[in-house]
Design a protein around this ligand. Structure first.
Ligand SMILES: Cc1cc2nc3c(=O)[nH]c(=O)nc-3n(C[C@H](O)[C@H](O)[C@H](O)COP(=O)(O)OP(=O)(O)OC[C@H]3O[C@@H](n4cnc5c(N)ncnc54)[C@H](O)[C@@H]3O)c2cc1C
Length: 317
């Protein structure tokens, strides 16, 4: 009989795991709280344009990721990161998705069902795994369950964290505030992207310089984790004005007023203290936990963690 398994989270880790389980003959259902796929590899439509407000680009070192993305690359869905850099250009080849980072999620789709806008609020293990959305929807039973969500959210969802508790508590994830900006005319800067240590604003990118993005002058700024944490409760206007001031200093320009601004606060943006193992697995209950937080704050790490979690679930068949 074909086994049914559930994956919670359609970020890169969850989609990688779902694909690997399907390849091994498992019937997979993915449950995702958002409408879009990709999780923190995201595209935000706003201000008449579209911004990559989460992950900016990614490495493809591992052959399995290269092969999963070969079709998308062939079809023009991946572009090499060839932007004009100030400081901080990556030392190895990197790519971004076209026409927006969220299309990476679409590229990782496979022969599995994705239930979008289905937030899992409770999981129970009674003759298999059952998922509950807290509003009357229930799904199950599943022979195996894979949680591909940030560690603090996984800890909150586990009925009794038990064996995983200390491992999950040791993982540290940092916030990041993203500011999306449009301007009426191009800013006269010597670079399109600049990434350097800074207590307020380490990363700035002219999003509209990436291939396939809408015309216009659009920027994405990523604040430092410490600054993002310190400003968590601050009014959005104050955060915007502090980031704009830092942006002007970075460009050595008196900035024209932006045509529009949108602030997004990523609560669990990047892991700073990862688990140190590729995934967590409870063979008795066939429960796997995965995500970038297992290995490191990278898209490719999320992909590899998803594959490792799928492999664990498959070896205990
Ligand atoms: C601002 C920012 C910049 C970054 N820049 C880069 C970069 O340039 N390069 C790079 O390689 N990496 C970068 N990263 C890191 C990269 O985005 C992550 O490492 C990777 O995307 C994590 O994937 P994931 O699948 O582990 O988790 P996620 O992407 O967080 O996926 C988890 C998914 O689970 C869903 N979910 C959560 N809870 C539930 C629930 N209860 N029910 C249903 N669904 C749920 C979420 O909606 C989400 O879709 C950046 C991240 C941020 C935030």
């Amino acid at each position: 009989m074909v086994e049914r398994m559930a994956v919670i989270g359609a970020g890169v880790a969850g989609l990688a795991a779902a694909g690997a389980l399907v390849d091994a003959g498992v019937a997979v259902e993915v449950f995702e709280k958002s409408r879009g796929l990709g999780g923190r590899v995201a595209t935000r439509r706003a201000l008449g344009t579209a911004f990559d407000h989460g992950a900016q680009y990614f490495t493809v070192r591992d052959e399995r990721l290269a092969s999963r993305l070969a079709g998308a690359r062939h079809a023009g869905g991946l572009a090499p990161l060839a932007l004009s850099w100030g400081e901080g250009a990556p030392a190895e080849p990197a790519f971004y998705a076209v026409p927006g980072m969220a299309s990476l999620g679409e590229a990782l789709l496979g022969d599995f069902t994705v239930h979008r806008e289905w937030t899992v609020r409770a999981i129970t293990h009674e003759g298999g795994w059952w998922l509950d959305d807290g509003a009357g929807r229930r799904a199950g039973p599943f022979a195996g369950l894979l949680l591909a969500i940030p560690a603090p959210q996984a800890a909150a969802l586990l009925p009794e964290p038990g064996v995983f508790q200390s491992a999950l508590e040791a993982v540290v994830m940092e916030p990041c505030t993203a500011l999306m900006l449009t301007f009426a005319a191009p800013l006269p800067t010597p670079f399109d992207v600049d990434f350097r240590p800074d207590a307020v604003l380490p990363y700035v990118c002219r999003n509209s310089a990436k291939a396939g993005r809408p015309a216009g002058e659009a920027w994405v700024l990523h604040a430092d984790a410490g600054f993002s944490r310190a400003m968590e409760a601050a009014a959005p206007d104050e955060v915007v004005s502090r980031l704009l001031a830092a942006f002007g200093r970075r460009l050595a320009l008196t900035l024209p007023p932006p045509a529009g601004t949108v602030l997004h606060r990523w609560r669990y943006a990047r892991v700073s203290t990862p688990l140190g193992d590729a995934c967590l697995y409870d063979a008795g209950r066939r429960l796997a936990l995965c995500g970038d937080w297992c290995i490191g704050a990278r898209v490719e790490a999320a992909f590899l963690s998803g594959l490792a979690a799928a492999r664990s679930l498959l070896t205990s068949r």
